[in-house]
Design a protein around this ligand. Structure first.
Ligand code: UDP
Length: 387
């Protein structure tokens, strides 16, 4: 590679930035500088060993890799070993502890029945609110699908705590993330592949970035107003921050964690959800259970609390209320007029995205950009259409 090769700047060393960087250097003669304001790579997927217990901790909350995209599964396995691991979540409610996602075991225990799959299906259908046509929001989706009692026990309180608003203000798509099953399968996901990286996510991302044409600068803040160094910038931070919030702030929920330590096994499972609105936290995660192949004498767990994001907080979940989506359209219009910048990833496109979606989209965007660049065509600004 020579000095005449284009020099691209990528802002953010999460999965979006890292996968895009790797994709570009493998497709185009170019060199890349990634600037990351945090002192580590992998964004909110960052993992590190807890100093006191030695447990591998998901610093920004639990991440369980799951995908049905074969090329994404192959891709992550190129950069580290994944151990098979299935997420089996339990819900702690005032009526007892139940299996999630709602499945035949949940239904039979909750209603004190011994239904078989067909009976349970008919029973749940009888509970669904038939006055609802196409559900317009989270609450309608739940009432139509499972009826009021299950909704109120498992979803209403949790969702109020998690999102800080009424479930009827939220998109139905949030609930559609979770399956309802009429068998005893208690796997939280429907994906074909699921696992946890043996050495954590940060090791995977570091490996993706381990390439002679990629230079990673940690602890360095990107200033969108400063003169640009590279010939193109790929921005994976919050889109409203790029424009110095000049039109207002997009709504996000953030989460905070209260750490606890104990001897042995604290709660017997990786994740317990607390659906009761009277309790202030949404869930407790105990990270030793993410690596059952490791031995540790002591255990570390985190109570997770959710709140509205204020300046300085880490943005986690995009709320996507009607006002947010209107503001997003305005920011996207500004972005489309910004020369030499592309916007990619969860924060720059303001969408609720899982890791596998991020990776798939970064790979596709890298390919599209490289083709356009090589063909001297118009360069893509966003990976997705407006939504
Ligand atoms: N949810 C709920 N009760 C639960 C689990 C999930 O009400 O016990 C709702 C909640 O609104 C949540 C959404 O379903 O935001 C999606 O859940 P998921 O587990 O996919 O959320 P994540 O793991 O991304 O936080």
């Amino acid at each position: 590679m020579d000095q005449l090769s284009p020099h691209f700047i990528i802002v953010g060393a999460g999965f979006s930035g890292a996968v895009l960087a790797r994709s570009l250097v493998e497709r185009l003669p170019c060199r890349i500088t990634i600037v990351e304001e945090r002192p580590h790579v992998a964004g909110n997927c960052h993992t590190e060993r807890d100093a006191a217990t030695g447990v591998m901790v998901h610093r920004y909350g639990p991440h369980i890799f799951n995908t049905s995209q074969a090329h994404v599964w192959e891709y992550v396995n190129r950069f580290g070993k994944f151990r098979e691991w299935v997420n089996r979540v339990k819900a702690v409610t005032p009526r007892g502890v139940f299996s999630l996602p709602v499945n035949l075991h949940t239904i039979n225990q909750f209603f004190g029945k011994t239904f078989n799959p067909a009976e349970a299906r008919a029973f749940i259908a009888s509970l669904g609110d038939k006055s609802i046509g196409e559900p317009r929001n989270f609450e309608e989706q739940a009432l139509k699908m499972i009826g009021r009692e299950l909704y109120e026990t498992f979803f209403y309180g949790y969702t109020r705590k998690q999102w800080g608003c009424e479930p009827r203000e939220l998109s139905a798509s949030i609930l559609k993330r979770l399956p309802v099953r009429f068998n005893y399968d208690d796997n939280y996901y429907n994906s074909r592949w699921q696992g946890i990286p043996e050495e954590g996510y940060s090791a995977i991302v570091a490996k993706i970035l381990d390439h002679p044409a990629i230079d990673v600068k940690l602890g360095q803040r990107f200033d969108p107003g400063a003169p640009r160094e590279g010939s193109h910038v790929f921005y994976t931070g919050p889109i409203d921050a790029f424009f110095a919030y000049r039109l207002g702030r997009l709504g996000y929920r953030t989460v905070t964690f209260e750490r606890g330590e104990a001897e042995g096994d604290f709660q017997g499972n990786a994740v317990l959800n607390y659906s009761d609105a009277a309790l202030p936290f949404t869930r407790i995660h105990e990270h030793r259970h993410f690596t059952p192949w490791e031995e540790h004498a002591r255990t570390v767990y985190f109570k997770e609390y959710s709140k509205e994001t204020e300046p300085g907080d880490v943005p986690y979940y995009p709320k996507r209320l009607d006002g947010d989506l209107a503001l997003l359209r305005e920011y996207r219009a500004l972005a489309a007029r910004e020369p030499g910048v592309s916007f990619l990833g969860r924060l720059a496109t303001y969408r609720y995205m899982d890791m596998e979606k991020i990776i798939g989209e970064a790979l596709a965007f890298g390919e599209k950009f490289a083709e356009a660049y090589a063909g001297k065509n118009a360069l893509p600004v966003f990976p997705n259409e407006e939504n």
